[in-house]
Ligand binder design. Structure first.
Ligand SMILES: Cc1ncc(C[n+]2csc(CCOP(=O)(O)OP(=O)(O)O)c2C)c(N)n1
Ligand SMILES: [Mg+2]
Length: 384
């Protein structure tokens, strides 16, 4: 009998959409109940910051002040903010192309402009985007191919899921040295179809390594829908095969992401091993801005509208209102949600957010481009 293959979407399992995230609980605590009012307001501000970074870079490129491909995290900011907020300074992260704000949000809690904190400064990140000498990558790339051992950020690799084995090795070494650091790795759902994903998570499971693998399930891997990359209804189901917890978070809700990631982090820190945290979300634009027009053709407009209905800024604002942490008047002050880069203005964001990014951009624009002669640096070993 010939082998049957199926590429007919109707025959494949359907994956939950964001408005019905099918949230399952794997022994999670409501870690959010320990957050103070100030913590919650700070998380709200960080959502605006991540969104403004995205909106502003798109504007800068449209104005002709910036070159290079941009990979938007619009609509996925709650995953970054909710996962980073509870980490210790000494924990490691490994962001990839969809996670650019993570580089400056790491350890940013109440100290955005502190240069000694354990994340990259906004000056460094903007210098990276503008290809300037003060960037960690010294203009070899305009995006996420950067890292910092000092700041505990694992250098991203282009190969999808390629940072998970590196992350596992980093915390394996840390444990051998008596440390208690946890590593949080960021991956799209598409990367879970890579062989290295399975090898690395299996290795971490066998050795009970403190590796938290976040899956940002934005339903698309470039032009491939999730149903053509994963045969189980939830990507988190992959955890069962490794004998580890698989959490599912509502990726539009910063506090739900916080609960699930903190459950995984505490599980890892206590020596019980790795977990997978699937965060259900939706990719707002194309894969990169070069793909925006095509993505409007290979994705149904109704799907895009549905996927962007629950903007993480609006969801968080409603939670803050329900908690009584902001008044109805305060809730109406900065309406950034639902607006594309062409629609949003500086007035839609808190002034401190705009000022912070301005300081990064001004620094980058004043920073020179590296000399061409240094092109071989880090690539070729000079012979003595
Ligand atoms: C092994 C490998 N194959 C293909 C690519 C090219 N590529 C870069 S990003 C991407 C899509 C990734 O999709 P997903 O993992 O869902 O992350 P998302 O971009 O949606 O955040 C592809 C195919 C790559 N970088 N590495
Ligand atoms: Mg994806």
């Amino acid at each position: 009998m010939p082998l049957q293959t199926t590429t007919d979407a109707a025959e494949l399992p359907s994956h939950d959409q964001v408005s019905d995230p099918g949230i399952r609980h794997f022994a999670t605590k409501r870690y959010r109940d320990s957050l103070t009012k100030e913590d919650c307001l700070e998380m709200f501000r960080q959502l605006y910051l991540a969104r403004y970074f995205d909106v502003r870079l798109i504007k800068e490129k449209k104005r002709g002040r910036l070159r290079g491909t941009l990979y938007s995290s619009h609509n996925q900011e709650a995953i970054l903010v909710g996962s980073l907020f509870g980490l210790r300074s000494t924990d490691w992260i490994s962001p990839i192309h969809r996670d650019m704000p993570a580089f400056f949000l790491k350890d940013a809690k109440f100290q955005w402009a502190e240069l000694d904190r354990m994340g990259l400064s906004i000056q460094q990140v903007c210098s990276q985007v503008w290809g300037r000498v003060d960037s960690p990558g010294r203009a070899r790339d305009n995006w996420s191919h950067i890292g910092s051992k000092e700041k505990r950020i694992i250098h991203s690799t282009s190969m999808l899921a390629g940072t998970i084995p590196v992350a596992a090795g980093v915390v394996y070494a840390d444990r051998m040295n008596g440390g208690d650091a946890v590593v949080v790795t960021y991956n799209g759902e598409g990367s879970t179809a890579q062989g290295v994903f399975h090898e690395a998570v299996n290795f971490a499971a066998v050795h009970k390594l403190p590796v938290v693998t976040i899956i940002e399930n934005n339903q698309w891997a470039y032009g491939t829908p999730v149903r053509l990359g994963c045969a189980t209804p939830d990507v988190a189901d992959r955890a069962k095969g490794f004998g580890i917890p698989g959490y599912i978070a509502d990726g539009q809700d910063v506090f739900d992401v916080y609960d699930k990631v903190m459950s995984a982090v505490e599980f890892a820190r206590s020596g019980q091993g790795p977990s997978i945290v699937e965060c259900k979300t939706f990719r707002a634009y194309g894969h990169g801005d070069h793909d925006d027009d095509r993505a409007n053709k290979y994705r149904d407009p109704a799907e895009i509208e549905h996927g962007r209905l629950r903007d993480p800024i609006a969801v968080c604002r409603q939670s803050l209102l329900d908690l009584g942490y902001i008044s109805a008047e305060e809730a109406e002050m900065f309406i950034a949600e639902g607006k594309n880069a062409s629609e949003a203005t500086n007035e839609d964001f808190p002034p401190e957010v705009v000022d912070y990014l301005n300081s990064g951009i001004e620094f980058a624009l004043a920073s020179p481009q590296p000399e061409a002669e240094e092109g071989g640096m880090w690539v070729f070993k000079e012979s003595k």
